[in-house]
Design a protein around this ligand. Structure first.
Ligand code: GAR
Length: 224
């Protein structure tokens, strides 16, 4: 059975799109039951509707507290039938009450090699720091921002003098590969958390060519 998931977005939703595309092509064994945005005008909601996926705007400014907002999201997610939650550019920290509703089942993607450069501007902060290797991370979510156990990371060289937007675009391309892959591992029930360490149960499949000019660990599998 396909893993029923909810996707939370705050913006453009290109990562959401990468998940939809892999589901529609049959490589990602998941089904998006609902897309929720805390920004009513997020393009991610339109992307969902374009693919017949229920899309809900819950404006966090309409709620008296973080707890009340998270409770409304939990209710909507549970009513949708989703069991796992995928944060795709969702720019809010979740309460423990939210996380306790989906234990071990909330994933996030961040455009930097955590624990470096958490926050809202991972790529820009890395570029300004002058790193020579940048990248992105998919991790389980805990109460701290961009912090939980790491599932997969992809690294790319940072070119001195390159515009931040160009670096961000190269990182985003890899985000669109590692996120569907990580969600597929979750759907296949191949991830185990052991403290900060995430064990990936090996697949009995042949190695596949990896993206050029990038290092992905664990390596991407067939179809990703
Ligand atoms: C992505 O780059 C994602 O990694 C980042 O927001 C962008 C959303 O783009 N998330 C964070 O910075 C989380 N701290 P998208 O809406 O096109 O998927």
């Amino acid at each position: 059975m396909a893993l029923p998931i909810a996707v939370l977005v705050s913006g453009g939703g290109s990562n959401l799109q990468s998940l939809i595309d892999r589901m529609e092509s049959g490589t990602l064994d998941a089904e998006i039951k609902i897309v929720i945005s805390n920004k009513p005008d997020a393009h991610g909601l339109t992307r969902a509707r374009n693919h017949g996926i229920p899309a809900l705007a819950l404006d966090h400014t309409d709620y008296p507290s973080r707890e009340a907002f998270d409770r409304a999201m939990v209710r909507a997610i549970q009513e949708s039938g989703a069991q796992s939650v995928v944060l795709a550019g969702f720019m809010r920290i979740l309460t423990s009450e939210f996380l306790n509703a989906f234990p071990g089942n909330v994933l996030n993607i961040h455009p930097a090699l955590l624990p470096s450069f958490p926050g809202a501007h991972g790529q820009r902060d890395a570029a300004e720091y002058g790193v020579r290797i940048a990248g992105c991370t998919v991790h389980f979510v805990d109460e701290k921002m961009d912090h939980g156990p790491v599932i997969i990371q992809a690294a790319v060289p940072a070119v001195p003098g390159e515009e931040t937007d160009a670096l961000a675009a190269r990182i985003l391309k890899l985000e669109h590969r590692i996120y569907p892959q990580a969600v597929q591992w979750l759907a296949q029930d191949r991830l185990r958390m052991d403290g900060r360490h995430v064990q990936l149960r090996p697949a009995h499949s042949a190695p596949v060519p990896q993206p050029e000019n990038a290092l992905v660990s664990p390596p991407l599998e067939q179809g990703f």
